[in-house]
Design a protein around this ligand. Structure first.
Ligand SMILES: Cc1cc2nc3c(=O)[nH]c(=O)nc-3n(C[C@H](O)[C@H](O)[C@H](O)COP(=O)(O)OP(=O)(O)OC[C@H]3O[C@@H](n4cnc5c(N)ncnc54)[C@H](O)[C@@H]3O)c2cc1C
Length: 276
C-alpha cells in the first residue's frame, strides 16, 4: 500500500505557493473522478495530494449583468442551489443529468472541466456558452476561453501546473439549445459522449451557431459553424445534407472512424432549427 501525503491549504495563496514548490502535486477537488475511475477496493492516490475543496476563494460566487462567476471548487449541487435564473437555461437541467445527488454534492465544476483523459459533460456545454476560465500559478494569472482546455488533436489539455480558479458563465439566453448524452449509463465509459448544439435565431436566420461533440476527443469545427451564419431556416434538404457530411468528414479526420450517432444528432439538431 502506498502512503500519500495530503496537504490542506487554507487560502489560494497558500495553494499557489505549495503547487509552485511541489510541481508534481495532484489537485484533488471532490475526488469523484479520481476515485470513480478505480476498480479495486483499496484506492490508490498519487504520492502528494493537495485538497482544494475547502479553499474559500475557490467557492465564491459573484454576478454581473453579463455573467455569473463561480469558484472552481463550487460543487455541482452548489451550482444547482444558486437562485433560479442565475444560470442560463438549460444548464441546471444538464447538471442534473450528471451522476446522482450524492456524487453531485462532492463533485466540483473545476474537476468536471479539468479531467485530463476525456471531456466530462460540462466542458462542451460551457464552451458552447462561451464560458471563460481563470488559470493561476504562483506568478501568472490569466483569463482564457474554456475552449483553450482542448488541443488541436481534440484532446483535453489542462496546462501543467495551472490551477483553474474561476469560471465566468455568460447569462445570455440562446433561443435554440439541443443537448444529448449518448452511450450507456456507466458514465464516463469510452462509449459515452455529450452532444451540444446552441444557436441564436433572429428573423428566421441563423445568428450564431455552435456545435460540439465531446467524449474522449472533442469535435468543434468553426468553419462549418461560420458557414451556417446568416442562412435562412428551415435549411433545405440539400443544405442539411452538406452540413451533416461536413461534420461526418471532420469527425473521421479527428478520430479515424465514422460516428453514425454524430450524423444522426447533427441531422436531428438541424431539423429542429425551425422559425420561432
Ligand atoms: C458514479 C459516477 C458517475 C459520474 N457521472 C458523470 C456524468 O454523468 N457526467 C460527468 O460529466 N461526469 C460524471 N462523473 C465524473 C465526475 O464525478 C465529475 O466529472 C465531477 O464533476 C468531477 O469533479 P471532482 O471535483 O470530483 O474532480 P476530481 O476527481 O477532484 O478531479 C478531477 C481532475 O481534475 C483536476 N482538477 C480538479 N480541480 C481542478 C482545478 N481547480 N484546477 C486544475 N485541475 C483540477 C484533478 O487534479 C483531476 O485530475 C461521474 C463520476 C462517478 C463516480
Amino acid at each position: 500500500m502506498r502512503i500519500s501525503e495530503i496537504f490542506y491549504p487554507s487560502s489560494l495563496n497558500e495553494l499557489l505557493e505549495l503547487a509552485a514548490s511541489n510541481p508534481g502535486i495532484k489537485l484533488l477537488a471532490g475526488g469523484t473522478e479520481l476515485a470513480g475511475r478505480q476498480t479495486s477496493r483499496a484506492l490508490e492516490f498519487p504520492e502528494q495530494i493537495v485538497s482544494i475543496a475547502r479553499i474559500p476563494e475557490l467557492r465564491k460566487t459573484a454576478r454581473s449583468e453579463q455573467y455569473v462567476e463561480v469558484g472552481s471548487a463550487t460543487t455541482l449541487s452548489g451550482l444547482l442551489s444558486l437562485s433560479s435564473g442565475a444560470l442560463p437555461f438549460p444548464l441546471p437541467a444538464a447538471i442534473h443529468t450528471i451522476a446522482n445527488g450524492a456524487v453531485r454534492n462532492a463533485a466540483t465544476l473545476g474537476g468536471n472541466l479539468c479531467c485530463k483523459w476525456r471531456f466530462m459533460d460540462l466542458w462542451p456545454f460551457l464552451t458552447c456558452l462561451d464560458a471563460q476560465i481563470e488559470l493561476r500559478s504562483r506568478h501568472v494569472s490569466r483569463w482564457a476561453n474554456l475552449g483553450h482546455l482542448c488541443d488541436e488533436k481534440g484532446l483535453p489539455s489542462v496546462p501543467n501546473g495551472a490551477i483553474l480558479t474561476r469560471v465566468r458563465i455568460p447569462v445570455h439566453e440562446h433561443n435554440f439549445v439541443f443537448q444529448k448524452k449518448i452511450g450507456n449509463s456507466r458514465f464516463p465509459s469510452p462509449e459515452t459522449a455529450s452532444f451540444v448544439c446552441i444557436a441564436d435565431i433572429d428573423q428566421n436566420k441563423i445568428g450564431t451557431f455552435k456545435l460540439i461533440f465531446a467524449g474522449e476527443k472533442a469535435l468543434r469545427n468553426k468553419d462549418i459553424e461560420n458557414s451556417l451564419i446568416g442562412r435562412r431556416i428551415p435549411l433545405t434538404q440539400k443544405e442539411s445534407q452538406q452540413v451533416i457530411e461536413a461534420y461526418s468528414e471532420a469527425f473521421e479526420k479527428l478520430t479515424g472512424h465514422k460516428s453514425f450517432q454524430l450524423d444522426a444528432l447533427v441531422e436531428e439538431s438541424l431539423s429542429r432549427l425551425v422559425p420561432l
